[in-house]
Design a protein around this ligand. Sequence first.
Ligand code: PRP
Ligand code: ZN
Length: 298
Amino acid sequence: MNKKRIKIAIQKSGRLADHSSDLLKKCGLVVSRNKGQLIGYAENMPFDLLFVRDDDIPSLVKDNLADLGIVGLNVVLEKQFEYTNSTQKELFSIEEYLDFGQCRLSFAYPEVGDIQSLDQLANKKVATSYPFIVSDYLERENFDVEVIKFSGALELAPSLGSADAICDLVSSGRTLRVHNLNEGESILESTAVVIKSQNILDPFKQEWIRKLLERISGVLQVRESKYVMMHAPRNSIDKITELIPGTESPTIIPLEGTDETVALHVVCKEDVFWETLENLKQEGASSILVVPVEKMLV
Ligand code: PRP
Ligand code: ZN
Protein backbone atom coordinates (compact mmCIF):
# COMPACT_ATOMS: atom_id res chain seq x y z
CA MET A 1 0.00 0.00 0.00
CA ASN A 2 1.25 3.46 -0.90
CA LYS A 3 2.56 5.16 2.23
CA LYS A 4 1.65 8.60 0.90
CA ARG A 5 -2.04 7.76 0.82
CA ILE A 6 -4.16 8.69 3.78
CA LYS A 7 -6.28 5.89 5.16
CA ILE A 8 -9.71 6.61 6.58
CA ALA A 9 -11.44 3.81 8.48
CA ILE A 10 -15.23 3.86 8.27
CA GLN A 11 -17.98 1.46 9.27
CA LYS A 12 -18.55 -1.29 6.73
CA SER A 13 -22.27 -1.65 7.43
CA GLY A 14 -24.56 -0.30 10.10
CA ARG A 15 -25.93 3.00 11.31
CA LEU A 16 -22.88 5.11 10.40
CA ALA A 17 -21.91 3.46 7.12
CA ASP A 18 -23.98 5.38 4.56
CA HIS A 19 -23.66 8.70 6.37
CA SER A 20 -19.87 8.35 6.54
CA SER A 21 -19.48 7.60 2.82
CA ASP A 22 -21.90 10.37 1.99
CA LEU A 23 -19.97 12.91 4.08
CA LEU A 24 -16.69 12.04 2.34
CA LYS A 25 -18.37 12.25 -1.06
CA LYS A 26 -19.62 15.73 -0.16
CA CYS A 27 -16.00 16.63 0.65
CA GLY A 28 -15.13 15.86 -2.95
CA LEU A 29 -13.80 12.30 -2.70
CA VAL A 30 -14.68 10.19 -5.73
CA VAL A 31 -14.27 6.64 -4.48
CA SER A 32 -14.12 3.52 -6.58
CA ARG A 33 -14.81 0.25 -4.83
CA ASN A 34 -15.92 -3.13 -6.02
CA LYS A 35 -18.86 -4.63 -4.20
CA GLY A 36 -17.76 -6.48 -1.09
CA GLN A 37 -14.23 -5.06 -1.29
CA LEU A 38 -12.96 -3.83 2.09
CA ILE A 39 -10.88 -1.03 0.65
CA GLY A 40 -11.91 1.80 -1.65
CA TYR A 41 -9.62 4.23 -3.47
CA ALA A 42 -10.32 7.91 -4.03
CA GLU A 43 -9.55 8.58 -7.68
CA ASN A 44 -9.01 12.31 -7.32
CA MET A 45 -7.35 12.70 -3.91
CA PRO A 46 -4.73 10.73 -1.92
CA PHE A 47 -7.24 8.95 0.32
CA ASP A 48 -8.07 5.25 0.74
CA LEU A 49 -11.15 4.09 2.62
CA LEU A 50 -11.00 1.04 4.86
CA PHE A 51 -14.41 -0.53 5.43
CA VAL A 52 -14.30 -2.21 8.84
CA ARG A 53 -16.35 -3.00 11.96
CA ASP A 54 -16.95 0.20 13.92
CA ASP A 55 -15.53 -1.33 17.10
CA ASP A 56 -12.18 -1.83 15.35
CA ILE A 57 -11.82 1.76 14.19
CA PRO A 58 -10.16 3.30 17.30
CA SER A 59 -7.54 0.53 17.45
CA LEU A 60 -6.76 0.89 13.75
CA VAL A 61 -6.17 4.60 14.24
CA LYS A 62 -4.23 4.09 17.47
CA ASP A 63 -1.97 1.52 15.80
CA ASN A 64 -1.39 3.78 12.78
CA LEU A 65 -3.05 1.40 10.36
CA ALA A 66 -5.52 4.18 9.60
CA ASP A 67 -4.84 7.93 9.85
CA LEU A 68 -8.45 8.98 10.35
CA GLY A 69 -11.63 7.23 11.47
CA ILE A 70 -15.32 8.00 11.57
CA VAL A 71 -16.91 6.26 14.54
CA GLY A 72 -19.40 6.69 17.36
CA LEU A 73 -18.26 8.63 20.42
CA ASN A 74 -19.52 5.66 22.47
CA VAL A 75 -16.92 3.36 20.91
CA VAL A 76 -14.19 6.00 21.23
CA LEU A 77 -14.86 6.56 24.93
CA GLU A 78 -14.97 2.85 25.68
CA LYS A 79 -11.58 2.35 23.99
CA GLN A 80 -10.11 5.38 25.75
CA PHE A 81 -11.07 3.84 29.11
CA GLU A 82 -9.58 0.55 28.01
CA TYR A 83 -6.28 2.12 26.96
CA THR A 84 -5.97 4.25 30.08
CA ASN A 85 -6.64 1.23 32.27
CA SER A 86 -3.93 -0.73 30.56
CA THR A 87 -1.64 2.35 30.64
CA GLN A 88 -1.45 2.34 26.86
CA LYS A 89 -0.98 5.83 25.55
CA GLU A 90 -3.98 7.39 23.91
CA LEU A 91 -2.85 7.92 20.36
CA PHE A 92 -5.76 9.59 18.67
CA SER A 93 -7.68 12.82 19.05
CA ILE A 94 -11.31 13.74 18.41
CA GLU A 95 -11.29 16.29 15.59
CA GLU A 96 -14.95 16.87 14.79
CA TYR A 97 -18.38 16.04 16.18
CA LEU A 98 -20.70 15.06 13.32
CA ASP A 99 -24.41 15.49 12.76
CA PHE A 100 -25.34 11.83 12.41
CA GLY A 101 -25.18 8.64 14.46
CA GLN A 102 -26.99 10.20 17.40
CA CYS A 103 -27.87 7.64 20.07
CA ARG A 104 -27.68 7.09 23.79
CA LEU A 105 -26.28 4.40 26.04
CA SER A 106 -29.10 3.29 28.30
CA PHE A 107 -29.94 0.62 30.82
CA ALA A 108 -32.87 -1.56 29.76
CA TYR A 109 -34.98 -3.96 31.78
CA PRO A 110 -37.19 -6.92 30.77
CA GLU A 111 -40.81 -5.76 30.52
CA VAL A 112 -41.89 -8.67 32.67
CA GLY A 113 -40.08 -8.62 35.99
CA ASP A 114 -39.67 -6.54 39.11
CA ILE A 115 -36.44 -4.82 38.14
CA GLN A 116 -37.19 -1.56 36.35
CA SER A 117 -34.46 0.74 37.67
CA LEU A 118 -30.86 0.83 38.82
CA ASP A 119 -31.84 0.90 42.52
CA GLN A 120 -33.39 -2.51 42.06
CA LEU A 121 -30.34 -3.90 40.30
CA ALA A 122 -28.13 -4.10 43.44
CA ASN A 123 -26.08 -7.33 43.53
CA LYS A 124 -27.53 -8.37 40.21
CA LYS A 125 -26.03 -8.56 36.73
CA VAL A 126 -26.01 -6.21 33.75
CA ALA A 127 -24.78 -7.29 30.32
CA THR A 128 -23.13 -4.72 28.04
CA SER A 129 -20.69 -4.25 25.17
CA TYR A 130 -19.40 -1.15 27.00
CA PRO A 131 -18.03 -2.66 30.24
CA PHE A 132 -15.60 0.22 30.92
CA ILE A 133 -18.12 3.05 30.52
CA VAL A 134 -20.79 1.16 32.45
CA SER A 135 -18.47 0.11 35.32
CA ASP A 136 -17.17 3.64 35.60
CA TYR A 137 -20.72 5.00 35.83
CA LEU A 138 -21.82 2.42 38.41
CA GLU A 139 -18.75 3.11 40.52
CA ARG A 140 -19.22 6.87 40.45
CA GLU A 141 -22.89 6.55 41.34
CA ASN A 142 -22.20 3.92 44.01
CA PHE A 143 -24.27 1.11 42.55
CA ASP A 144 -23.11 -2.39 43.35
CA VAL A 145 -23.90 -4.24 40.14
CA GLU A 146 -21.95 -6.96 38.39
CA VAL A 147 -20.98 -6.02 34.82
CA ILE A 148 -20.78 -8.78 32.25
CA LYS A 149 -19.14 -8.14 28.89
CA PHE A 150 -21.24 -9.33 26.01
CA SER A 151 -20.43 -8.78 22.38
CA GLY A 152 -23.36 -9.37 20.10
CA ALA A 153 -26.95 -10.45 20.71
CA LEU A 154 -26.90 -8.42 23.89
CA GLU A 155 -30.68 -8.05 23.81
CA LEU A 156 -30.99 -11.77 24.39
CA ALA A 157 -28.95 -11.79 27.61
CA PRO A 158 -31.94 -11.39 29.98
CA SER A 159 -34.08 -14.05 28.28
CA LEU A 160 -31.09 -16.41 28.21
CA GLY A 161 -30.77 -15.92 31.94
CA SER A 162 -27.25 -14.47 31.71
CA ALA A 163 -28.17 -11.06 33.10
CA ASP A 164 -31.00 -9.16 34.80
CA ALA A 165 -30.66 -6.08 32.62
CA ILE A 166 -28.62 -4.75 29.73
CA CYS A 167 -26.91 -1.46 28.99
CA ASP A 168 -26.87 -0.80 25.25
CA LEU A 169 -27.13 1.83 22.56
CA VAL A 170 -30.60 3.08 21.80
CA SER A 171 -31.35 5.08 18.73
CA SER A 172 -34.96 4.74 17.59
CA GLY A 173 -35.77 2.29 20.41
CA ARG A 174 -36.93 -0.34 17.95
CA THR A 175 -34.41 -3.02 19.03
CA LEU A 176 -35.49 -2.75 22.66
CA ARG A 177 -39.18 -2.93 21.78
CA VAL A 178 -38.70 -5.99 19.60
CA HIS A 179 -36.99 -7.76 22.50
CA ASN A 180 -39.55 -6.69 25.10
CA LEU A 181 -37.17 -4.48 27.04
CA ASN A 182 -38.00 -1.15 28.72
CA GLU A 183 -35.52 1.69 28.42
CA GLY A 184 -34.30 2.99 31.79
CA GLU A 185 -31.50 5.38 32.84
CA SER A 186 -29.38 6.90 30.06
CA ILE A 187 -25.73 7.33 30.92
CA LEU A 188 -24.21 8.74 27.73
CA GLU A 189 -25.31 10.74 24.69
CA SER A 190 -23.35 9.81 21.60
CA THR A 191 -22.86 11.01 18.04
CA ALA A 192 -20.45 10.13 15.25
CA VAL A 193 -17.02 11.79 15.49
CA VAL A 194 -13.88 12.04 13.38
CA ILE A 195 -10.76 10.76 15.10
CA LYS A 196 -7.19 11.35 13.97
CA SER A 197 -3.97 9.53 14.71
CA GLN A 198 -1.52 11.55 16.81
CA ASN A 199 1.34 10.03 14.91
CA ILE A 200 1.17 11.67 11.50
CA LEU A 201 4.53 13.23 10.74
CA ASP A 202 4.48 13.44 6.95
CA PRO A 203 3.78 17.08 5.93
CA PHE A 204 2.05 15.93 2.74
CA LYS A 205 -0.40 13.82 4.75
CA GLN A 206 -0.81 16.57 7.37
CA GLU A 207 -1.75 19.09 4.71
CA TRP A 208 -4.32 16.83 3.05
CA ILE A 209 -5.84 15.92 6.41
CA ARG A 210 -6.10 19.60 7.31
CA LYS A 211 -7.84 20.21 4.02
CA LEU A 212 -10.27 17.33 4.48
CA LEU A 213 -11.13 18.37 8.06
CA GLU A 214 -11.77 21.92 6.85
CA ARG A 215 -14.08 20.57 4.15
CA ILE A 216 -15.89 18.37 6.69
CA SER A 217 -16.56 21.36 8.88
CA GLY A 218 -17.73 23.25 5.77
CA VAL A 219 -20.16 20.45 4.91
CA LEU A 220 -21.54 20.48 8.46
CA GLN A 221 -22.11 24.23 8.37
CA VAL A 222 -23.71 24.07 4.96
CA ARG A 223 -26.26 21.41 5.93
CA GLU A 224 -28.02 23.92 8.16
CA SER A 225 -27.16 27.08 6.29
CA LYS A 226 -29.53 29.02 4.08
CA TYR A 227 -29.04 31.97 1.78
CA VAL A 228 -31.83 34.45 2.45
CA MET A 229 -32.81 37.21 0.04
CA MET A 230 -35.56 39.80 0.40
CA HIS A 231 -36.64 43.33 -0.24
CA ALA A 232 -36.61 45.39 2.94
CA PRO A 233 -37.32 48.97 4.01
CA ARG A 234 -33.95 50.71 4.44
CA ASN A 235 -34.88 51.87 7.94
CA SER A 236 -35.62 48.30 9.15
CA ILE A 237 -32.30 46.75 8.13
CA ASP A 238 -31.04 46.41 11.71
CA LYS A 239 -34.27 44.90 13.04
CA ILE A 240 -34.49 42.51 10.12
CA THR A 241 -30.90 41.34 10.48
CA GLU A 242 -31.55 40.63 14.16
CA LEU A 243 -34.51 38.43 13.28
CA ILE A 244 -32.46 36.08 11.11
CA PRO A 245 -30.61 33.60 13.33
CA GLY A 246 -26.85 33.07 13.10
CA THR A 247 -25.99 35.66 10.48
CA GLU A 248 -23.00 37.80 9.72
CA SER A 249 -23.43 41.31 8.28
CA PRO A 250 -25.85 41.37 5.35
CA THR A 251 -25.13 42.53 1.83
CA ILE A 252 -27.30 45.55 0.99
CA ILE A 253 -28.02 46.24 -2.67
CA PRO A 254 -29.83 49.40 -3.84
CA LEU A 255 -32.96 48.88 -5.91
CA GLU A 256 -33.65 50.71 -9.13
CA GLY A 257 -36.15 53.53 -8.80
CA THR A 258 -36.46 53.68 -5.00
CA ASP A 259 -34.48 54.95 -2.04
CA GLU A 260 -36.62 53.50 0.72
CA THR A 261 -36.36 49.85 -0.20
CA VAL A 262 -33.21 47.79 -0.63
CA ALA A 263 -32.39 44.18 -1.48
CA LEU A 264 -30.88 42.39 1.51
CA HIS A 265 -28.90 39.17 1.15
CA VAL A 266 -27.57 37.19 4.08
CA VAL A 267 -26.15 33.74 4.86
CA CYS A 268 -27.99 32.27 7.79
CA LYS A 269 -26.15 29.49 9.63
CA GLU A 270 -29.28 27.86 10.96
CA ASP A 271 -32.47 26.57 9.45
CA VAL A 272 -35.00 29.30 8.71
CA PHE A 273 -38.50 28.50 9.95
CA TRP A 274 -41.87 29.82 8.79
CA GLU A 275 -42.18 31.86 11.99
CA THR A 276 -39.04 33.79 11.09
CA LEU A 277 -40.41 34.59 7.63
CA GLU A 278 -43.67 35.78 9.16
CA ASN A 279 -41.77 38.03 11.57
CA LEU A 280 -39.67 39.41 8.72
CA LYS A 281 -42.81 40.22 6.79
CA GLN A 282 -44.18 42.07 9.81
CA GLU A 283 -41.08 44.26 9.76
CA GLY A 284 -41.85 45.20 6.17
CA ALA A 285 -39.80 42.64 4.25
CA SER A 286 -41.24 41.28 1.01
CA SER A 287 -40.29 38.86 -1.79
CA ILE A 288 -38.45 36.70 0.75
CA LEU A 289 -36.49 33.82 -0.75
CA VAL A 290 -34.72 31.11 1.26
CA VAL A 291 -32.35 28.91 -0.75
CA PRO A 292 -30.04 26.08 0.30
CA VAL A 293 -26.29 26.63 0.24
CA GLU A 294 -24.31 24.15 -1.83
CA LYS A 295 -20.77 24.68 -0.53
CA MET A 296 -19.12 26.97 2.00
CA LEU A 297 -15.53 27.67 3.01
CA VAL A 298 -15.05 30.13 5.85
C1 PRP B 1 -26.94 -0.48 18.19
C2 PRP B 1 -27.45 -1.29 19.36
C3 PRP B 1 -28.78 -1.82 18.90
C4 PRP B 1 -29.24 -0.78 17.92
C5 PRP B 1 -30.24 0.15 18.54
O1 PRP B 1 -26.17 -1.26 17.35
O2 PRP B 1 -26.55 -2.33 19.71
O3 PRP B 1 -28.63 -3.06 18.28
O4 PRP B 1 -28.10 -0.02 17.53
O5 PRP B 1 -30.84 0.98 17.56
P1 PRP B 1 -32.43 1.22 17.60
O6 PRP B 1 -32.78 1.80 18.94
O7 PRP B 1 -32.68 2.22 16.50
O8 PRP B 1 -33.11 -0.07 17.35
P2 PRP B 1 -25.13 -0.63 16.31
O9 PRP B 1 -25.83 0.01 15.17
O10 PRP B 1 -24.14 0.22 17.03
O11 PRP B 1 -24.43 -1.91 15.71
P3 PRP B 1 -23.30 -2.80 16.41
O12 PRP B 1 -23.65 -2.88 17.86
O13 PRP B 1 -23.40 -4.08 15.65
O14 PRP B 1 -22.02 -2.08 16.16
ZN1 ZN C 1 -20.39 -1.95 16.85
